[in-house]
Each structure stands twice: as C-alpha cells, then as structure tokens.
Design a protein around this ligand. Structure first.
Ligand SMILES: [Zn+2]
Ligand SMILES: [Zn+2]
Length: 276
C-alpha cells in the first residue's frame, strides 16, 4: 500500500513526541511534514523525496525562520550530543549527510566543531542504492529515514518541554515506581527518546518484538526506552548519549529488567528468555 502523508506524520509524531502534520506533493513521490499548530514560515518542514533507488530527507527552514535557527544554535551540549548521535547513525547506515552551519560544512558526528551562534542551518541526508519497489518495505524505509532527520532536528528544538503534549510517549504502563520515575523523566526530555528510537529502531532489543508487526498499524512505533545506567545513578551534569545509554524495550522486557536494582542488563534478559 502506498504510504499516506498523514500516516507518515502520525508515525513521526509518535516517535518524536511532537505532533506533525503531513502532506504529499501532487505528482511527486515527495512528502512534507511540519510541526502541527506552528507557522511553517517561522519554523521548518522536513521533506522526504523518494527517488528510483534513493531517499533524500531535508530540513527546510521557513522563509522567516532566522530566529528559530538561531535558537537551535543555542541548544545545550546534551542536545547537540543527541543530534550528532543520530547523524552518526545515518553515516553508519551508508547515507551521505550534508550539514552546513552558517554556510560552512560541519562534521555531522562531531558537535565539538559546530559554531556557537547560528544564522543558517542546512541539513540533508541522502541514502542511495536502496532496494525500493517492495510496497510496505518501502514505507518502512521512508519512515526510518524521515525519522532519523526529524529526530536530529527535534534534538535541537527550542521548546519548553512542559508545553508539549505528553501522550504517545510510552507504552502506557502505570505500575512500578521505578519505571514510572523513568517515564516521567522522559516526558521532560523527549529528545533523547526520539534520538534513541531513530538510532536503535522500534523493536525490543531483548526479544526483538516489534509491536507494530505483532498488533498491526495501531501499535507501530509503540515501544519504551530504557536507561542502561539507572537515572538515579547519573550525575546532574551527565550528558546522555542515546546511542550508548538508551535502549528500546517492549513493555514486558522493560518490566522484567526492573525486577532488580540495578536493572538486569540486555544480555542477562536475553539469557533468561533464550537459554532456560
Ligand atoms: Zn521485549
Ligand atoms: Zn527502564
């Protein structure tokens, strides 16, 4: 089934914790999503162009987005770490990443060299040599690449975290004080969650369960994100790296992980599941 722009926007909204609207350009295999309820000209569009054997996803700032980009440049070191971790994943997945800050090329995977003040930002990620033309599998690739770029951008957004809607962030479990504490923290810092899902995907790292595969479209992207080092053990200045500190876990594996303090590791959980 061809991908609908609305469906793409919903998937991205769920994985990034920020609502997006989507449209498909008429006569072209190109999708555009932008943050719901915000003026496009003052913010941005994420554009995904699907070619014969490639996907190119671009950050397109609005005509009057100078202020917005300037604020993105003020994002703290943790936000830059998240953004760079996602872009590093794009590079590892064989994409070419074009990042220009203030008109000058910048290393996508190393934020230490990024300018402090931003007046212009260009970002596009292009993955060629894709095996397209396989219906639903195409949709997954279009989603995955759009998700990567959106997560990289969302990491830098100048948003008041308390103003964001809190639905769709986690799998809706309400028991377990430890888990709940962790979930609350994610409500305050969803950029790391968005980055972790972009980097690790939406399948459980222990049992490989993908709720979307198991339950169908209603459950696509439904997954929880777990701290490998318990939140309570992180110092206040610790910069979470979503590539190495966070893993997606299904609600079952996540609950079992927290049956011990410190939590069971991914390897320990795998052993429980597969070598009993
Ligand atoms: Zn699992
Ligand atoms: Zn956890």
């Amino acid at each position: 089934m061809p991908l609908e722009a609305g469906a793409l926007a919903r998937l991205i909204s769920d994985s990034c914790g920020l609502p997006f609207d989507g449209r498909r350009l008429t006569g072209a295999n190109t999708f555009q999503i932008h943050p719901s309820g915000l003026p496009v000209q003052n913010t941005f569009t994420i554009q995904t162009a699907v070619g014969w054997r490639n996907v190119e996803v671009s950050f397109v700032p609005g005509s009057f987005a100078g202020d917005f980009v300037r604020h993105m440049g003020l994002a703290d070191a943790g936000a830059r770490t998240s953004c760079a971790a996602v872009l590093a994943r794009c590079l590892r997945d064989g994409a070419s990443v074009n990042l220009k800050i203030n008109g000058r090329p910048a290393r996508p995977d190393d934020p230490s060299g990024w300018d402090g003040e931003w007046s212009r930002l260009e970002l596009s990620v292009r993955r060629g040599q894709l095996d397209l033309g396989n219906g639903d599998q195409d949709n997954e690739k279009i989603f995955a690449w759009t998700q990567q770029v959106t997560a990289a951008i969302v990491a830098l957004l100048p948003l008041e975290q308390d103003d964001l809607p809190t639905e769709n962030l986690h799998g809706g479990f309400s028991e377990g004080a430890q888990v709940q504490f962790e979930a609350n923290r994610y409500e305050r810092d969803r950029r790391n969650r968005a980055a972790a899902l972009a980097i690790h995907g939406c399948a459980c790292q222990v049992c490989s369960s993908d709720l979307g595969d198991r339950y169908g479209p209603t459950a696509i992207g439904l997954i929880e994100v777990h701290h490998l080092i318990p939140v309570s053990k992180l110092g206040p200045d610790y910069r979470i790296n979503p590539a190495t500190d966070l893993v997606p876990l299904c609600p079952n594996c996540h609950r079992v992980a927290h049956r011990r303090d410190p939590p069971f590791t991914v390897d320990e959980l795998k052993k429980m599941l597969f070598t009993r």
